[in-house]
Design a protein around this ligand. Structure first.
Ligand SMILES: C[S@@+](CC[C@H](N)C(=O)[O-])C[C@H]1O[C@@H](n2cnc3c(N)ncnc32)[C@H](O)[C@@H]1O
Length: 215
């Protein structure tokens, strides 16, 4: 699947693989929780088209302006300021998605449960979260001290189970590189450290593709 908006996103492959597993297409309704700058929201909007809808939810009010700018050409993207813990949408959606969100929230189980509650019976929850300490910079473990749960990815399958979801697929995937390029650029963006020519393995992202039980 070609995700135009994510062509340069180092983590685009696990996203494309996850979305392929769903059979997502025109007309779907989605929520992207912790949408940030809206990269994934825009990619979803391109797939669901004008008949679909993407709620881009973030607790940070500045994200709403960023999403509005990124999604200017996509009227199907609705940016909402709301915390994942209080997630409430005007309709049940086909897909609730999050990436790099649960590592930052106070209680990941609460947010995942809210996401599941916003999905129609038989619909989908996709979560993509890192195991930060499994990343490597020149062979040394990566660290992200500012995150509340830097290794939450390792717990994601059990969090999904405890939220009453049926896991259809789950895996971990990490971009790697050495020297200048998108992996080094991404690391610098995250840590403000330029790895130079050092080999880098970014934190593996654990993806869980899960379904809400049909009633
Ligand atoms: C690292 S960014 C991820 C952005 C985007 N999901 C991506 O993958 O590019 C994390 C985002 O989650 C938002 N966030 C943090 N805690 C949140 C919460 N409790 N509810 C909703 N959004 C939250 C932050 O404001 C930030 O925009």
């Amino acid at each position: 699947m070609e995700l135009r908006g994510l062509r340069d996103d180092v983590y685009r492959r696990p996203l494309a693989t996850a979305l392929d597993r769903l059979g997502i297409g025109p007309g779907w309704t989605c929520v992207d929780v912790g949408a940030g700058g809206g990269d994934v929201s825009v990619a979803l909007a391109e797939i669901v088209g004008r008949e679909g809808r993407v709620y881009a939810v973030d607790s940070d009010p500045t994200a709403r302006d960023e999403v509005a700018e990124a999604a200017a050409a996509h009227s199907q993207v609705l940016a909402i300021t709301q915390s994942g813990e209080d997630l409430r949408l005007p309709e049940a959606v086909d897909l609730a998605f999050c990436r790099f969100l649960l590592l930052h929230v106070a209680d990941p189980a609460v947010v995942l449960a809210r996401m599941a509650a916003c999905v129609r019976p038989g619909g989908w929850v996709v979560a993509q979260e890192p195991i930060t300490s499994a990343g490597r910079i020149n062979g040394r473990p990566f660290s992200m001290p500012a995150a509340r749960h830097p290794d939450i990815g390792a717990l994601l399958p059990s969090l999904a189970r405890d939220a009453g979801l049926i896991t259809i697929d789950a895996w971990a995937e990490a971009p790697a590189g050495a020297g200048p390029g998108p992996v080094a650029d991404y690391l610098e963006l995250l840590t403000e450290v330029d790895p130079g020519d050092d080999p880098v393995v970014l934190p593996p992202l654990v993806t869980v593709v899960a379904q809400v039980p049909a009633r």
